[in-house]
Design a protein. Structure first.
Length: 473
């Protein structure tokens, strides 16, 4: 990958371009969770699927702006504290359009001083809120890294079994291979992973296109290149394709957590934002990525759910296991779609390990973190602490089951509840310090009314999912 991706010219600052930043964000958001959406669409109804997914996308976008404005306010508050101590820094950024405007109309913009969300929690919500956030992010991230490890090793042990050994030995060997890939990658900075991350982002796009095109072709031609046991006699179209409800209220509890979980990446915004060249574009970068995900999710889910119907598998890429069997092209398409999600977690793992390592480092060093985060040895130590335990756990438990269900609850809290609380209390804190509250990322979507509503909504969502899990068990 040429240097032009990371820097735009000799006289311009280094950093990710708009498109590279979208590629990294896409790798954070589109893990393997979205592959469950087609099954959820079929169970809850296509109309309900599109509606709930659009709501989850909107809420995710709003939460992004909550976090961005909280980071900008946190940086301004720290600048204010430094200036009061007589150690004024001069590199804080204002929106250039508003730079000369009166102070009460100044628009803060995210600066080069990276503030992790645990720091924001302590700054605006207090130490207990920071402790709880660190606990929640640890549960969520370790659970996610654990899941990535088992997905990779399980898939390769099944799809490419090793000769002369049984499944268990194959699983362990592939787990070791996975660790040899992702642990060193987790120790690299994001700027050092550009080629790898962009390559896998394109791979994900190709997989989505193949899933959409092959299913759409089956719809349009009436032919069924998939081996469906549910297919009726005398027709190539699966019988389940003939009856689809728009809304199935009794199955909404399956759709809602999956739809919201598919858009979670908010805990990684500080790490993603740091290498971006133009910080004023951060809101547009994340909103664009979420909107792209919405259209991709919707297209895949509607096409697959309507074609496969009751044969839709909980991990929809597995419906391609028998695609066009006996043909070379069909075999290649089948192999790629079935196997790529397992390979793709190799891009998501280091991104999430970096986020968890940064959060653990921030929690341990607290206000001293900015004095040590420039030391590579310190960063690497905490990233290894983030990456290795999940790999070890995966050797002993390969079926996450109940663990995955409840780690999702922690994800809802860190992606929805905490951003709304940070938005509300960051405004209050700046007002108490006599500082203006407007940021480059503020709008009617980040008003007190909206943030309060999102906070209440997130609590209700967490309660709904928790009760649903209990009743399912």
């Amino acid at each position: 990958m040429s240097a032009s991706i990371v820097q735009s010219g000799e006289n311009e600052p280094e950093g990710f371009s708009f498109m590279v930043a979208i590629a990294f964000t896409l790798n954070y958001i589109m893990g393997t969770g979205f592959l469950t959406l087609p099954w959820a669409f079929y169970e809850a109804g296509l109309g309900a699927g599109v509606f709930i997914l659009s709501i989850s996308c909107l809420v995710a976008v709003i939460s992004v702006f909550f976090i961005l404005e909280s980071i900008a306010r946190g940086e301004m508050l720290e600048e204010h504290a430094i200036s009061l101590s007589g150690k004024v820094r001069t590199n804080y950024q204002y929106d250039s359009i508003n730079k000369e405007e009166p102070n009460d109309r100044a628009h803060y913009i995210v600066d080069e001083l990276k503030i992790e969300i645990p720091e924001l929690c302590e700054l605006f919500l207090g130490m207990n809120a920071r402790r709880l956030y660190t606990l929640l992010i640890s549960i969520y991230m370790y659970g996610s890294l654990w899941a990535y490890s088992t997905v990779f090793a399980n898939a390769l042990a099944v799809q490419i079994p090793l000769p002369l050994v049984d499944w268990n030995i194959s699983y362990c060997i592939y787990l070791v291979v996975f660790g040899m890939i992702v642990v060193p990658s987790s120790c690299l900075e994001l700027k050092e992973q550009v080629f790898f991350q962009v390559l896998l982002a394109w791979g994900r796009v190709i997989m989505v296109i193949l899933m959409v095109v092959t299913t759409a072709a089956a719809h349009l031609t009436g032919l069924n290149p998939f081996d469906l046991a549910d297919a009726p006699t005398g027709t190539d179209v699966p019988k389940s394709d003939m009856n689809h409800s728009l809304v199935n209220p009794s199955r909404l509890y399956l759709l809602i957590p999956i739809a919201f979980y598919a858009n979670i990446f908010h805990h990684s915004i500080p790490a993603l934002s740091e290498p971006v060249r133009d910080k004023s574009q951060l809101g547009a970068i994340y909103a664009t990525t979420l909107v792209l995900c919405f259209f991709a999710y919707s297209a895949i889910s509607i096409l697959i759910a309507t074609f496969f119907g009751s044969d839709t598998k909980s991990s929809s890429n597995l419906n391609w296991e028998t695609y066009a069997e006996g043909t070379v092209v069909g075999g290649m398409i089948s192999f790629f779609i079935v196997l790529f999600p397992a390979l793709d977690v190799a891009s998501a793992f280091p991104l999430n390990a970096i986020t968890l390592g940064n959060n653990l480092m921030s929690f341990y060093y607290r206000e001293e973190v900015h004095n040590v985060e420039g030391t590579r040895y310190v960063r690497v130590r905490y990233r290894i602490l983030a990456a290795v335990p999940s790999l070890i756990a995966a050797f002993f438990v390969s079926d996450l089951g109940l663990i995955s269900d409840y780690t999702g609850l922690a994800g809802f809290a860190i992606a929805l509840l905490y951003p709304a609380l940070l938005s509300m209390y960051s405004k209050r804190t700046l007002v108490d310090n006599g500082l203006p509250i407007m940021t480059k990322y503020s709008s009617i979507l980040t008003s007190q009314y909206v943030s309060g509503s999102i906070a209440i909504f997130s609590v209700l969502l967490i309660a709904f999912v928790f009760i649903s899990l209990i009743l399912q068990k």
